[in-house]
Write a protein that binds this ligand. Structure first.
Ligand code: PXG
Length: 461
């Protein structure tokens, strides 16, 4: 280890200059960032980030919805170190496999709902969803129903940034760049009661939003529809938590028309809702699941598609080569790190802790933020939450320039040592599952102060 080349120790300005000269960041206005200079994050421990100025920041987003076990767990570093010495890489093509990948597939089969016994490995959530598009269409070909090509998703969904991932997603800004969506992907209303359900109860609205799926299937023609995909809770779209009537009705419709049901568990998976998977929280049984992020708590890039026996049996039994895969499918180091991560989640009872202890406590404090004069709704489940900022408390009146107030609030959060994201004027959190009660209190206090500062800036105080 002592021979590892050290990364130079540079001053913040120097990092920022090099960054803007050489590094094109994802989802970034390059010119605006160059003018401002990036925040240089240098290390992290537990639930805290530290930047190049030595500032401590409470990470209310667990990186990017992924660092479920928190930062700095040596067990994962040791797993990577050991595996890199034993077998740093070998592919899973050409009739080859490696022990960590096989072991991880076995462990995932045990952790996921009973219909799943097989995993297809990828490098990310986007790659997993690309895999799903191809696998679903292949499944229907093998079933002799090759006309079933259409995959139905929701507006404002996020399923990744590759061509198929961004097409499945319902972000119009993303579709406007690069000629998306690709053919045979369509979108229906998202189950966003706060915005769309102003006239009915959440329960009634959940059924109404789900019925959009049946309407779309009838419009397209049932024989042309392959699958429906959804995040149990939409993450990047603004932590949109569907009413409890939604998913059962979606499942009923999928079963009625015989189409496959896909749960994108990239955000909800691995304990965030207090269950291992979001589909278990909402009580539905998907045919395929997209996994990534917290599968390694973000310590290594890794994704997977869980394939139910209904689908896998056809792929296996009806035979023929599936012409799809990645160099890093089943990467031994990423899989070894995932195994160490899942062992921590399981052995330390972190999912139960979210369900029974820290989740309810966070939600109690989060609901207290709902009392703030800027907040129209505080919602959340387990270790995920959203605040709707509104122009007039007690009404669902959004601000005129949607997104402006959210950004003001987000900037105050960063300046005050808290990562809390803004999606439009919805403030969102998704912190590590290992947060202590004291850290929940810290999150609450910082968030309240930043809401105050935001209210002052827009002349609401
Ligand atoms: N599905 C879901 C539900 C996601 O949240 C992906 C797929 C794609 O995963 P990869 O590993 O390819 O990034 C994601 C990723 C944001 C943000 O702004 C969210 C994600 C990625 C980037 C930004 O909240 N989620």
């Amino acid at each position: 280890m002592s021979r590892a080349a050290p990364i130079a120790d540079r001053a913040t300005r120097e990092w920022q200059e090099l960054d803007s000269r050489h590094f094109l960041h994802p989802f970034t206005d390059f010119k605006a960032l160059a003018a401002e200079g990036a925040r240089i994050v240098t290390r992290a421990e537990g639930a805290y980030l530290y930047d190049s100025e030595g500032r401590q920041i409470l990470d209310g987003m667990a990186g990017l919805w992924c660092v479920n076990i928190g930062y700095g767990r040596k067990e994962l570093a040791e797993a990577a170190y050991r595996q890199m010495q034993e077998l740093p890489y070998y592919n899973s093509f050409f009739k080859s496999a490696n022990p960590p990948a096989i072991e991880l597939a076995r462990v995932l089969a045990g952790l996921t709902p009973p219909q799943f016994s097989r995993a297809f490995f990828t490098g990310s959530g986007s790659e997993s969803n690309d895999t799903i598009v191809r696998m679903v269409r292949r499944y229907w070909d093998l079933m002799g129903e090759g006309g079933r090509k259409v995959i139905i998703s929701r507006h404002n969904a996020y399923h990744g940034s590759t061509m198929a991932g961004a097409s499945l997603g319902g972000m119009s800004a993303m579709h406007s760049q690069g000629g998306l969506p690709i053919p045979d992907i369509v979108h229906i209303e998202q189950p966003y009661w706060f915005e769309n359900g102003t006239d009915v109860s959440p329960a009634e609205y959940g059924v109404r939003a789900a019925r959009r799926l049946a309407e779309k299937i009838e419009e397209i023609g049932p024989g042309r529809v392959a699958a429906f995909i959804g995040e149990p809770i939409q993450g990047a779209g603004g932590v949109i938590i569907p009413p409890e009537t939604y998913w059962p009705e979606i499942q009923r419709i999928c079963r009625h028309y015989g189409i496959l049901l896909i749960a994108d568990e990239v955000v909800c998976g691995f304990g965030r809702t207090g269950r291992w998977f979001g589909c278990e929280y909402f009580g539905f049984e998907p045919d395929l699941m997209t996994l990534a992020k917290a599968i390694t708590s973000g310590y290594q890039p890794l994704g997977a598609v869980m394939v139910s026996d209904r689908v896998a049996d056809v792929l296996v039994e009806k035979g023929g080569e599936f012409f799809h895969g990645y160099t890093y499918s089943g990467h031994p180091v990423a899989c070894a790190v995932a195994l160490a991560n899942l062992a921590i989640l399981r052995d330390e009872g972190l999912v139960d802790r979210v369900r029974e202890d820290i989740g309810p406590y966070l939600q109690q404090r989060w609901r207290d933020l709902g009392e703030h004069r800027l907040v129209g709704e505080a919602r959340g489940v387990g270790m995920i939450g959203a605040l709707e900022l509104v122009a007039h408390k007690g009404t669902r009146t959004f601000f005129r320039n949607r997104g402006e107030v959210g950004l003001i609030c987000r900037d105050h959060c960063f300046a005050n040592g808290l990562v809390m994201r803004a999606v439009r004027d919805t403030m969102i959190i998704s912190p590590p599952l290992v947060l202590s009660r004291g850290q929940v209190d810290e999150l609450f206090e910082k968030a309240w102060r930043c809401l105050d500062l935001t209210a002052r800036d827009i002349g609401l105080s």
